[in-house]
Design a protein around this ligand. Structure first.
Ligand SMILES: NC(=O)c1ccc[n+]([C@@H]2O[C@H](COP(=O)([O-])OP(=O)(O)OC[C@H]3O[C@@H](n4cnc5c(N)ncnc54)[C@H](OP(=O)(O)O)[C@@H]3O)[C@@H](O)[C@H]2O)c1
Length: 269
């Protein structure tokens, strides 16, 4: 029987690569996004259904799940990929910026989980793949709010997996390092407060170095391949890195002080 994958944030980057890869592997794909009317190329590919879904709009989540079941008859895997980075000095962030960051990266992901769980329980099977980041296991400068969301996703997912295991529903986490996508470009949001300039040179040094790492990184295909491995390897392994360049291991092995010195050397040089 054909398998069906449901992906959020499939308009660009990792989500788009994941949609195309699974289609190429003969999966049926619900490629959900905020503006499906713009996805004219993707919509032309057989077995890919482009559907409107804004993770901050629960009704759009329900409608996209219903449309997928109507079109493909089942959902085997949900990939919670939609997200973006709010970067810059914490003090400069507005309440609206902070709320939107959490509403998208955390509450939105939770809403998708909450909407799919009754269906997965009834089906007695399901897999939730949450796209976190290496930034869910460590923290870089000027990204405090983004890290707060990804650390939340990590804790949420790890706890959730215990209560879903008895229902044959698995939860997995994808932890990419830098990946060349719109994350570093149109999706990026910066904190800004009128008259607050004391952080400017620190922030621009860090962001320049992170953007450079993003520009020089591989594209979303490497993460799509990792998601494919996570979905198909048949194991209970929870965490999968992609282009991590040993940093997850370094975080695990090094004492805080040495790890922090390393991060400063890389990002604040
Ligand atoms: N790139 C990296 O270096 C990196 C590393 C680790 C983790 N990640 C994570 O990977 C995921 C995908 O990011 P990406 O790198 O592929 O960047 P991207 O190309 O900017 O893609 C982000 C996607 O999220 C969507 N999105 C944003 N807000 C949304 C909302 N409210 N509802 C539905 N969709 C929404 C965007 O849709 P629109 O087209 O409508 O804006 C876009 O499709 C994110 O969770 C990110 O945190 C990225």
């Amino acid at each position: 029987m054909d398998k069906v994958i449901f992906i959020t944030g499939a308009s660009s980057g990792i989500g788009l690569h994941t949609a195309k890869l699974f289609q190429a592997k003969n999966w049926k794909v619900a490629a959900t996004m905020r503006s499906p009317e713009k996805a004219t190329d993707l919509a032309r590919i057989v077995d890919i259904e482009c559907l409107r879904l804004d993770v901050t709009d629960p009704e759009s989540i329900r409608a996209a799940i219903a449309a997928t079941l109507e079109r493909f008859g089942r959902i085997d895997v949900v990939v919670n990929n939609a997200g973006y980075g709010l970067l810059g000095a914490f003090e400069a962030a507005s309440s609206e910026q902070i709320e939107r960051q959490f509403e998208t990266n955390v509450l939105g992901l939770m809403s998708v989980c909450r909407e799919i769980l009754p269906y997965f329980r009834e089906q007695k099977k399901g897999l939730i793949v949450n796209v976190s980041s290496v930034g869910g296991r460590m923290a870089f400068p000027v990204s405090s709010l983004y890290h707060a969301t990804k650390w939340a996703v990590e804790g949420f997912s790890e706890s959730l997996h215990y209560e879903l295991e008895p229902f044959n529903i698995r939860v997995k986490l994808i932890e990419p390092g830098p990946i060349k996508t719109d994350f570093y470009d149109r999706s990026k949001e910066l904190t800004k407060k009128e008259g607050l300039t004391v952080y400017d040179s620190f922030v621009s040094r860090a962001i320049d170095n992170m953007d450079k790492a993003g520009r020089e990184a591989p594209d979303g295909e490497i993460v799509a391949q990792t998601i494919y491995q996570a979905v198909t390897d048949g194991t209970r392994r929870m965490r999968y890195g992609a282009n991590t360049k040993g940093i997850l291991k370094a975080r695990k092995l090094l004492p805080d002080a040495i790890f922090f010195a390393l991060i400063k050397k890389i990002i604040l040089r």
